[in-house]
Design a protein around this ligand. Structure first.
Ligand code: ADP
Ligand code: MG
Length: 311
């Protein structure tokens, strides 16, 4: 029986590297969900969590508003809903990031719990989280909020590299959480990666770490098995130019499965198209400017798929 739950369905969009299209995917999915498909009338909120580099408003074709996340983080408004801005679609609102926030002070970390409470309390069917590049603990914690988790990458090796790092840190952070009541095992994991022993670390893959954990802590079988049952993020390969590039994703998935013990399904691929940048420059979201374009159709299809999976 499906579990009844209140609060919005979260879709978190991460990926490790900047410029791969996380904000484009977030904006396009948010627009497609708000436009309906199988669940017309869904109320959607898109949240720009890329403090310091925020640009989600541009991809939604909206100007930078007066109220932004900084107003909530700095306590100028009490509730997250006060900073939500309307868009050209009646049931899509968004929370702008903060373009010139002093991120060196790590403001998201200090207000993380308040922000999570605010997000969970939003009056919406779907909340999309556009994450910043990197795999810091705070970024990962927002990623964990996702009922649906997307990792966006490009076919470039640098992008795959960062997506791999993101996924590895995702698993590691979960592992550390799982083992939080087992001090010795926790210590073992930390030492494993710090490599402070006499021997160099022979194999830094999660698969090898899990094998060592099994060997050294046979009592923790249930916990270790639990680690292997984590939900694996869905992969999106963006800016694909040809068939060969599309195949890179299969290779990447194989490496992730082998090294990180994570079987990530693919959500799909998005072709490279100059009109994406052009639409943004002209101030209209791509999927609204070109609703019959294969990219727009793909987002419609994904929105329908994810709305079935989300509830
Ligand atoms: N499929 C695509 N084809 C062409 N340009 C794209 C595509 N996807 C994204 N872009 C462009 O790449 C740039 C970076 O995208 P963005 O979503 O801001 O990346 P991120 O949020 O990961 O940093 C944007 O200017 C966007 O217009
Ligand atoms: Mg972005």
């Amino acid at each position: 029986m499906a579990e009844e739950r209140s609060g919005p369905v979260f879709i978190a969009v991460g990926g490790g590297k900047g410029g791969v299209g996380k904000s484009f995917v977030t904006a396009s999915l948010a627009l497609s969900l708000a436009q309906g498909g199988s669940r017309s009338g869904a109320r959607v909120v898109a949240v720009d969590l890329d403090l310091g580099g925020s640009n989600l408003n541009l991809l939604l074709g909206e100007p930078h508003p007066e109220r932004e996340l900084a107003d909530f983080i700095d306590g100028r408004v009490a509730s997250l809903s006060e900073i939500l801005q309307p868009t050209r679609l009646p049931n899509l609102r968004y929370a702008a990031g903060s373009f010139d926030m002093v991120t060196a002070l790590d403001p998201l970390r200090d207000r993380k719990l308040d922000l999570i409470r605010g997000l969970v309390g939003l009056d919406a069917n779907y909340v999309l989280l556009d994450l910043q590049a990197g795999a810091t603990p705070v970024t990962l914690d927002f990623f964990f909020l996702g009922d649906v988790k997307l990792v966006v990458t490009n076919p470039e090796s640098t992008a795959f590299h960062n997506a791999y790092g993101f996924l590895k840190n995702y698993v590691l952070r979960r592992l550390l959480t799982e083992l939080r009541d087992h001090r010795e095992a926790l210590h073992f994991v930390l030492e494993y990666y710090r490599g402070t022993g006499d021997e160099p670390v022979p194999d830094r893959t999660i698969t090898a770490l899990i094998a060592s954990l099994r060997e050294n802590f046979p009592d923790l079988e249930a916990e270790v098995d639990g680690i292997l049952e984590y939900d694996a993020p869905l992969l999106v390969l963006n800016r694909v130019r040809d068939r060969e590039e599309r195949q890179y994703l299969d290779r990447f998935r194989a490496v992730v499965e082998q090294n990180l013990a994570l079987r990530c399904p693919e959500l799909g691929t998005i072709p490279e198209d100059r009109r994406v940048g052009r639409a943004t420059r002209e101030g209209t979201p791509f999927v609204l400017a070109h609703p019959r374009h294969p990219i727009a159709r793909r987002f419609t299809e994904w929105a329908a798929r994810l709305s079935r999976a989300g509830r």
